[in-house]
Design a protein around this ligand. Sequence first.
Ligand SMILES: *Cc1c(COP(=O)(O)O)cnc(C)c1O
Ligand code: SF4
Length: 460
Amino acid sequence: MTQLPVVDAPHEEPARKVRPPADASTMAHRELLGGDFWRKIPAFEDIDEATFLDHRWQMKNTITKPEKLLEAVQSLASDAFLADAAEGFKGAPMAVRVSPYMLSLVDWTNPYDDPIRVQFLPTASTRLPDHPKLTFDSLGEQGDAPVPGLTHRYPDKALFLALDTCPVYCRFCTRSYAVGPDQDMVDKVSLKASPKRWEVIFDYIASRPELEDIVISGGDAWNLRAAQIEALGNRLLDIPHVRRMRFASKGPAVMPQKLLSDDEWFSALVGVVKRGRSMHKDVMLHTHFNHPNEITEITAKALGRLFEEGVHVRNQSVLQRNVNDSIEAMTMLARRCAWVGVHPYYVYQHDMVKGVEELRTTVHTAEVIEKHVRGSTAGFNTPTFVVDAPGGGGKRSVHSYEHYDHTTGISVYTAPSVKEGQHFLYFDPIDQLPEEGRQRWADEGEHQAMIDEALAAAGA
Ligand SMILES: *Cc1c(COP(=O)(O)O)cnc(C)c1O
Ligand code: SF4
């Protein structure tokens, strides 16, 4: 054995880079709103905690008329704002439905900039004309529906529109073609929660062995009765090839109280999840938080109850201008969701929906935000930013376009596993384009030329 030479060189410490201590502001996502914040709304001044936490009270006091909504905040918001909002309601494609909880989370002293107000209450002064390429059912959900209320677009999964009501109505709703009562300008497709309509859907799913994954949406599962959750859930679980189900509900964001006080509904959901688990089938809840302000101590408590029962929750957000189109808001949303046990899943590019052009952003905005959110927290808590390609291409990762012209705002996507050989176009809002792009869109004769250019550049 040879002896290793002993080298007496000074030992060099590897350079250690210690991350500087985190600034407290980077943990702000943990600071959830608590206390009786609703009392600053005059109508709720005398409402105690037990009442505010009761979902029956929340439902009974949900506001469904524009006049009532404006009345409730009259002494808080300026007259100019109230007049603007009253005007904004005229001709809006969605009905009004706002829970007391949501209403209380708005900063009414500055409603123009409030991210929750913007989502539910339109103002006339901010309204923009619709993009000329916008169509009513922009996602083509009805075109891919073999039976009414079931969209079968992807190979192994389908979207079941179980009902057409929600606990709240969002201005930006993709399904404004069906969800909510008819508006002056809009006659909607009927998708009632009817056992007869459901039967046809169950039969279709049972007849298609490739369907493993069913999204139960609408409308919103929050508005199904406990018995309906059980009937629907169990009927789907009994179809042997159905392995995964998700109940989609905005409820946890707009009325978390239901998870705390509607024991019958809560048990029905937990029952379906547990029965699914015993069959080695996955039943989850998908929800829809758009801004960190929507997550309060009440939310944490409500979601904690689901967590204890082993019900997993994922979040899908919609990217909206002046709501959450900033790096700060989206990073905070992802981290706050994670903090309360919800997995951020998707951030959707805003669909091309009527009457809400002011809420859409460019694809470029989504790309920039996604770049910053990624890396800010665990990978499994990092949402994928997607465009639901207009015309039925399905969800595409925002940056996966074949071509994107920042001047005309046209992006071109393909979806080889969904609709082989086709090209799908998304159009950025015109007011966000550079001058040259805005001018071309102002000239109707240019529209087809811009589309043809984009398609040619994409190799179509
Ligand atoms: C979004 C959607 C689904 C589910 O898609 P995932 O990417 O699995 O969340 C299924 N069908 C339709 C029509 C959809 O729009
Ligand atoms: S809760 Fe969902 S389905 Fe209902 S109005 Fe809002 S976005 Fe549309």
